[in-house]
Design a protein around this ligand. Sequence first.
Ligand code: PXL
Length: 270
Amino acid sequence: MSVKFAYVIAGSEATGGAGLQVDLKTFQQLGVYGIGTITCIVSFDPNANWGHRFVPVEPQVIADQFEAANASQDLDTVKIGMLGTPATIEVVAKALASKPWRHVVLDPVLICKGQEPGAALDTDTALKEKVLPLATVVTPNNFETKALSGLASLATVDDLVEAGRRILALGPQAVVVKGGIDFPGPDAVDVLVQAAPGGGEPTVEVYSKAKIGQERVSGAGCTFAAAITAELAKGTALPDAVRVAKALVTRGIEHRVAGHTPFSTVWQGA
Ligand code: PXL
């Protein structure tokens, strides 16, 4: 049996509960060989309310990692996680455009606590213009969905679908809108909106599972997008990849791990 590879370009998160560490754990859990490129280093500060300390990796060092990773294996499935600065987005967009991909899964991590609001806006604009159009799948959370779609309220499944259609118009081939904990009602609802191959009406699929608790669990979004990436790397069709990812995240939240942090984190090994 031949080994399947999944590649991730994302930030390191020092407690191991989010970012690249979680992506690689998820890849392993789903039986694919993970290769990662680090874009930035986030070290929460236990002496400052666990706020983000953020250090970007030099653009040339990101380009070097990309070169090493892609020379070592024929990678065709990549997840993009936290990028963090316009300079990072520039180098990653250029690297992505340098070769064809079967799948580019974009987790559009927009706001990171601890970043300057002005810098964050530049970063959001650059992500929207330079990386979003390269994505075959984008997985915005509730907040990111509002930011990308311009919809102020996500109160119904129809709102999630409409937001997905609007984000589709920005260039990706498919959108998984995650309602998450902020979506009204007892269920965690995700909606897959996929462009039709011939340019007709987009297809829509709704995934719903009962919410587990009312607290945000760190690493859930990273795990979800990484699981979709791992499944796509294995050749699973997107609607089934989303189903597998949702089941894995649900199980990971049920078996979440507490620490000295104010939030618990997903356990990929459940
Ligand atoms: O969960 C979003 C996220 C992604 N990537 C990195 C992070 C975080 C949140 O803390 O630190 C590196």
